[in-house]
Design a protein around this ligand. Sequence first.
Ligand code: ARG
Length: 453
Amino acid sequence: MWGGRFSAGIDALMAELNNSFPFDRTMWAEDITGSMAWARQICAAGVITATERDELLRGLQIVYDEFASGAFPVKTADEDIHSAVERRLGEVVGAVAGKLHTGRSRNDQVATDIRLWTMSAITRADAAVQMVQQALIDQAVAAGDLIIPGYTHVQRAQPILLAHWLLSHFWPLQRDRERLADCAKRTAILPLGSGAIAGTPLKVDRHAIASELGMLGISANSVDAISDRDFIAEYLFTTAMIGVHISRLAEDMVFYSSAEYGFVTLADAYSTGSSLMPQKKNPDSFELARGKSGRLVGSLMTILTVLKGLPSAYNKDLQEDKEPLFDAARTIEILLPVVAGATATAKFNQAALLRGLDEAMLATDVADYLVDRGVPFRTAHKVVGQLVRLSEERGVKISQLALTDFQSIDPTFAADVLGCFSMAASVAARTVPGATGHQAVAAQLAAAQACMA
Ligand code: ARG
C-alpha cells in the first residue's frame, strides 16, 4: 500500500503494534459504504468512467457480503480495515481497484468511517438507556402508594414514595440521552474530501456525499477535519456519565437487597451464588454495573490523554481512538439491558419498607406543625430536637410522649400534634412540582413517560 519508497520490510513486532485490523475490522460496513459513496462522486467529478464506477461498486458489494457472512479472507499482512478492503477489492475486480483511492487519504477515510460508526453507536446507546428508563417507569407504576425511607448521608431522613425514589434514577438517564442527541449533531459531519491534510484536488460534491451517508453537514477545515476526535470524547464522556448514573442506582440496589435492609429481592436470573457459602445470593448484576463504570471512565481518560498535546492534523496516535470507543459501546450495550432486566424483575418488600420507616423521620413535620402556628423555624427545629432527646431518654417514640411533655417544651403544642405522626400525611403535604406528594409524582411519572420514544 505504501511500500514504494521502502527497501526493507517491517519488523514483526512493529507490524503487530502498527496493525489495527484486529480491532478496526468492526468498521467494515462503514468503510465499504463510505467507499461506495466515494466511487460515485469521483465518477460524477469525471475522474473515473461509469463502467469503472460500476465495477468498483460491484466489487465493493462482494466484499461487503463477504464480511457480512463471515467469509472475508483475512491476510495477516493487512494493516487496517481500509487496506484490507482495498486489497480484497483488487483480488475481486483487478486493476481498476487501484482507482478507488484517487483524491482520498486514509486520514479522511478513517475519520469518516469512525464518525459513521459512532453515529450508529449513539443510536444503540440511546435505545439501551431507554430500556433502563422503561424498567424504572414500570416499577414506579407498580409501586403505587408504597413509601420508602429516604436517606441522606445514608441516614434515615424523610419518607418518600417508592415511585419518587425510582424516578430519581430516571432523570439522570434522560440527561444522558440529551447528551447523546447533542453529540450526534457534531458526529454527523463529513470529513471526506479533506484528503491527507490539504483537501482533495478533485471536484467532488462533498454535500452530496454527506447526504448519501446520512450526515448533516461537512467539515469546514481539512486540517481540523482529519484529526477532530471531539465527538469520540463527547460520546465517551456520555457513556462514562451513564456508567456513573447506573452505578449509583446499583449501589442503592446492592444495599437495599442486603438482609439489613431487605427492601428488595433480586430475581435469580440477575444474581449469582457463592462457591463456598450455600446460603449466598449475590447481587452481581448491580455489582458489575458499579464495576463497569470504572472501565467506562477509564475509556474517557484514554481518549483525552491521547488527544492532549497532539500536533495539529493527523498523527498515528489517533489510531488509539478506536479501542476505548469500541469497548465503551460494547460495555454499555451488554450492561444496560442487564440492569434493565434486573430492575424490572426486582421485587420490593412492603413489610421491610414499613420496618424501615422510623417515626423520627417525621421530626421535620413536627417542626413544620409549629411553623404553621407562627413559631420561627429555627426555634421549632430546637424544640423538636429537645423532644427527640426526651423520647430517647425515656426509651419511647416521640408520639408516645404525653401532651404535657410536649407543652412543657413549647406551649404551642395541642392534641392535634399527633396528626403529624403519619408517613402518608408527611408525603401528602409535599405538593409542589418535583416533590414526593402523590399528585406531584403522578405528574412526574407522566412527564417521564412522555420522554420515551
Ligand atoms: N489505521 C489508521 C487509524 O486508525 C488509519 C489511518 C492511517 N493513516 C496514515 N496516514 N497512516 O488511524
